[in-house]
Write a protein that binds this ligand. Structure first.
Ligand SMILES: [Fe+2]
Ligand SMILES: [Fe+2]
Length: 275
């Protein structure tokens, strides 16, 4: 294999002889990156899977083996730009996260929800809440995504928009037939017909129902698209004006404005930093 071919080896392929059998058997080859076209240095890089991703799974038992692997002279832990991800601009905007970080299916889901809300003639606050309601799933974490998402956008949108995003987490489990919201069939498929949300979610939903912004959050659940269509085509540019009016982009870029949530955006820029 010529040196240049070696350099272009796909990220998930690691020469078997360089990887201890225990790591290979655990399927952890995916966490070790060959140098690709990394211009910073030519060492292989290990990604330590985040605790939240591996807790309770067999992969959590291999932290020690990954640490040992990092002691090889040609190996370091991943820090900074991951060569397998597109480089983000110095001052990233919301659009950059949509286009360079969010998964295709999540991006499409958000754009589709916003498009439906717009077609339904809803207020711009509802449309932007729909556009942002699952940003946490798209780029950070799925569990508690309404709460994470509300925090991520909190400094940049009106309180009502962040509130609606937070409360959609609880409200989506509870039908409100008076406004045409039924329990989604998708949740019966995902969680089984007997799923009962935990008590804290029930309390959150009840309190949200009595709140003056209830309908804003309820409309997010109504315009949420529960059937994912990865082939749907909606372009971010359709919402650029709306984002301009309702999302206060920080001049320094998301992740670098010193806000209490800047670290969340930085985590999406460099999701694999070891520490
Ligand atoms: Fe959601
Ligand atoms: Fe959603």
């Amino acid at each position: 294999m010529s040196e240049s071919t070696e350099m272009r080896r796909p990220a998930s392929q690691v020469p078997p002889h360089e990887l201890p059998a225990s790591l290979r058997e655990a399927g952890l080859g995916n966490w070790i990156r060959e140098p690709l076209d990394d211009a910073v240095d030519q060492r292989r890089r290990i990604i330590m899977p985040p605790a939240a991703a591996v807790m309770g799974t067999p992969a959590s038992a291999y932290q020690g083996a990954l640490l040992a692997e990092a002691r090889h002279p040609d190996t370091v832990f991943m820090m900074g730009d991951d060569p397998a991800l597109p480089v983000m601009p110095e001052r990233p905007t919301l659009k950059d996260f949509f286009e360079l970080r969010f998964s295709k299916i999540a991006r499409t889901h958000l754009l589709q929800s916003a498009k439906v809300a717009r077609e339904n003639g809803l207020d711009e606050k509802v449309i932007i809440a729909c556009l942002l309601h699952d940003v946490a799933i798209a780029g950070l974490l799925s569990a508690n995504h309404g709460y994470w998402g509300a925090q991520m956008v909190g400094p940049y949108v009106d309180d009502e928009i962040a509130w609606a995003i937070q409360k959609h987490e609880a409200l989506r489990y509870f039908p409100d037939e008076s406004v045409g919201y039924s329990y989604p069939q998708a949740y019966i498929d995902y969680f089984g017909p007997g799923y009962r949300p935990p008590e804290y979610i029930r309390r959150e939903a009840e309190a949200a129902r009595r709140h003056r912004w209830y309908m804003t959050s309820r409309l997010v659940t109504i315009n949420d698209i529960y059937s994912f269509d990865p082939n749907a085509v909606v372009d971010y540019s359709e919402f650029e004006d709306l984002v301009g009016r309702h999302f206060r982009q920080p001049r320094e870029g998301l992740g670098f404005d010193g806000s209490p949530v800047a670290h969340m955006w930085r985590t999406m820029i460099w999701p694999h930093n070891f520490l």
